[in-house]
Ligand binder design. Structure first.
Ligand SMILES: *[C@@H]1O[C@H](CO)[C@@H](O)[C@H](O)[C@H]1NC(C)=O
Ligand SMILES: *[C@@H]1O[C@H](CO)[C@@H](O)[C@H](O)[C@H]1NC(C)=O
Length: 327
């Protein structure tokens, strides 16, 4: 009773009523969405520019051949780069999933067949089914941490109940045009305090989920005209040539790199990867940033990026940062 009272006094009331700040929310397990400092209060010049290349949907032998071509670079510590795959269960070739996992890629969950569950129970079952399929083929359940929901329609509290019930610790579905330019971009943050950022599509949880992260995505921008924001590359207008694809990603990269060096969450949707010119532009972009920006640019799966965010080390020490070693 007494300890319950203490718990209520220490957490639940401030968590619901208080403002997130540096007194009640600190790394490694809590970060306020409006924290103006980088993790570790590092200056931009001491921050590795993280690029997280991520894919979503059904995994087949055909599209994996495209994805493998995109993941050919090497990080500054000599380790081959890996991506993050958010799986749609229906139609997925799980033998291919296991091969990619054994090569060090990260797997998360998208959905069973691309539709949005309608209740907390449905979310629980949705995540459970895809997680079981991954575990059944040999993935460690503890390695499955992340979620990217269909059409980026963030499912509010019900989605986060479904995640919590299945031990999932981050969502990467929130895209917000208000946080998509160099001066406004923000770091991933936790839901110890809500609601955080208002996502452009769907809703964040309206009750706290302590220690659960949002790997927020900055919009890309059209490369011409009014440079309207676009959530995923296939949604950006008039991107038809290899050069367009390169420019689309490089413009977004520069906003991150010359700005606060927040992680670049680089979504490669299946249609984009399947188009030879757009795929080649994507490959060229990754080759270029690794070649041109020396040891500053690191291409990592999301959980590895999150390990740095939780326990940051300055750029000068990242080559020996243990979680980023070859696994
Ligand atoms: C942080 O918020 C808590 C609870 O809302 C408050 O008691 C504390 O004074 C705040 N600290 C700072 C540094 O603003
Ligand atoms: C896209 O291309 C069309 C046709 O060439 C052009 O009219 C339009 O202005 C372009 N839009 C953007 C955003 O570049």
């Amino acid at each position: 009773m007494r300890s319950l009272l203490l718990a209520v006094t220490l957490c639940i009331l401030p968590c619901v009523l208080g403002q997130c700040n540096g007194t009640n929310c600190n790394l490694p397990n809590c970060r306020c969405f409006d924290d103006v400092n980088a993790p570790g209060k590092l200056q931009a010049s001491s921050i590795p520019q993280i690029i997280m290349v991520n894919f979503e949907g059904t995994i087949t032998k055909v599209n994996v051949a495209f994805y493998q071509q995109i993941l050919q670079e090497t990080n500054p510590n000599g380790c081959p780069v890996k991506g993050t795959f958010f799986i749609t269960d229906e139609g997925t070739d799980y033998a291919t999933v296991k091969t990619l996992y054994d090569q060090g890629n990260e797997f998360g969950i998208s959905s069973i067949k691309g539709t949005t569950p309608a209740s907390s129970t449905a979310w629980i079952n949705e995540f459970k089914k895809v997680q079981s399929a991954l575990v059944q083929v040999g993935l460690k359940s503890g390695d499955i941490q992340g979620v990217r929901v269909p059409q980026l329609i963030v499912g509010g509290t019900d989605q986060f109940i479904g995640m919590g019930s299945n031990g999932l610790t981050y969502d990467s579905s929130c895209v917000s045009a208000g946080y998509s330019d160099a001066p406004t971009m923000i770091w991933p943050y936790t839901y110890d305090f809500v609601p955080g950022v208002k996502c452009d599509i769907g809703n964040p949880p309206d009750i706290p989920f302590p220690g659960v992260w949002q790997m927020i995505m900055a919009d890309l921008h059209d490369i011409n005209g009014d440079k309207f924001p676009c959530a995923v590359p296939s949604g950006c207008r008039n991107i038809t040539t290899k050069r367009d694809a390169f420019d689309l990603f490089f413009t977004a990269f520069q906003a991150h790199y010359t700005g606060k060096r927040t992680p670049f969450n680089m979504v490669i949707d299946p249609a984009f990867a399947a188009n030879t010119d757009l795929r080649d532009g994507t490959i060229e972009f990754l080759q270029y940033v690794r070649a041109a920006f020396g040891d500053d640019v690191w291409i990592l799966p999301m959980t590895k990026a999150l390990q740095w965010i939780k326990t940051p080390v300055p750029l000068s020490g990242v080559k020996t940062f243990q979680p980023w070693g070859c696994s």
